[in-house]
Design a protein around this ligand. Structure first.
Ligand SMILES: [Zn+2]
Length: 114
């Protein structure tokens, strides 16, 4: 059963959103909103929402970068899913043998990326 919501695709990679992502969005908004209380109520909470969305936008761009690099290395990326822990889940096929010994810890899609 598919519980994630498809929110679009970028470069042919489907993007999914886990419903629990809204929990972390709410917590991030709360954190930012409380930090901006000196700006006034509505402005502070609006800034909190904007900052939380910018945070997740940057996470999405980061994970998209992983996915595009992986794809350039011949690794199939089936999708990117943002969920509660802000990690991505990039399903992939078998990784081909590396062309050289040079590697990057951020080269392959993986869960648990900082
Ligand atoms: Zn990373």
């Amino acid at each position: 059963m598919q519980t994630n919501w498809r929110i679009g695709s970028i470069f042919g990679i489907p993007l999914f959103l886990d419903p629990l992502w809204f929990v972390i969005l709410g917590l991030a908004t709360l954190n930012f909103g409380l930090s901006y209380q000196a700006m006034g109520g509505v402005v502070a909470w609006s800034a909190g929402v904007v900052m939380a969305l910018l945070l997740f936008g940057s996470v999405l761009l980061h994970e998209l970068g992983h996915s595009l690099v992986a794809r350039s290395q011949g690794i199939k990326v089936n999708s990117i899913t943002l969920f509660l822990s802000m990690k991505k889940k990039a399903s992939s096929g078998a990784r081909p043998a590396p062309a050289s010994k040079k590697s990057s810890p951020h080269l392959a899609p993986k869960d648990g990326c900082p």
